[in-house]
Design a protein around this ligand. Sequence first.
Ligand code: KG4
Ligand code: ZN
Length: 342
Amino acid sequence: MALVLGIESSCDETAAALVDSDRRIVAQRIASQDAEHAPYGGVVPEIAARAHAERLAPMIAGVLEDAGVTLADCDAIAATAGPGLIGGVMVGLVSAKALAMASDTPLIAINHLEGHALSPRLADETIAFPYALLLVSGGHCQILRVDGVGQYRRLATTIDDALGEAFDKTAKILGLGFPGGPAVERIAREGDVKAVPLPRPMVGSGEPHFSFAGLKSAVLRAHETGAHKVADIAASFQQAAIDCVVDRLQVALAEMDDVDTLVVAGGVAANASVRAALEKVAADNGMRFAAPPPKLCTDNAAMIAWAGIERLGQSDPLDISARPRWPLDPEAEPVRGAGVKA
Ligand code: KG4
Ligand code: ZN
């Protein structure tokens, strides 16, 4: 049996975990930086990098201690090498390099998006390739066909904001604090999804791409009228966003008719209403639906360690670079529109 140490530091979660090839999360620790970033209403890269630098080394020591193992027991050290906030990525990657060098253990540089993309396979051994993947996080909003480890075809991306970003901006407009996604979901439970008329950008378009900037602006205008309850705006926003996702997915799935499993991953996959809507899309298309448990949807190191297990045998050079951008499908055509994300 193989054991991999995973390190994650690409955004505002400092995390370390040990995962074995039997899909057991042997130990894991995670420290969120919500308190540090909350006063600014969003993640401040410099503060994030400093917090990672302070917390990561003792956290790795703690995880090894929790599991009662040493680096000598690890078959590889897997660390997020991008995409993400570059200061944080560098802290995690350089730490992993130092540990790999000191213990003569292979280093595996992991694409954070691949960590999300493969996370359903950590949670459930029956998820086999190929599968259709909706990847919805704070920085990314994509539909991909996953044919194997490292084999991704991007069918859709966002032309402006990511879905998680739309939740975060909505929360900010509505004064719900940071992080926004869980706060919007919580208050939306008390609201009426039909109370506030909001647009469904891109719905009906023949290409499966996303756009959420217009929806966010409509939320701002609705809030500024003073005519609506915050819970109603939150519920109507969440429903509008879900309607967009469902419509876009239908278009993309039509291009993947040989695929029988629909998987969702990334922070927004923790949202119960999103999960329920996707479960229905899968059922309507005669597909199986899988979503990792919410704790594996938001950023964590277990998914990075698991990607390391999936890539065992790979050994990256100690001079490998941290990458702020690192698309899963480098061949994907750029999409018309401003602010296209990798
Ligand atoms: O995957 P993740 O932890 O970090 C990135 O790689 O971006 O995703 C974070 C995003 C944030 O935008 C957060 O607001 C959103 O996921 N999120 C949610 C929920 N939990 C996290 N969005 C909606 N509902 C949730 N319950
Ligand atoms: Zn993430």
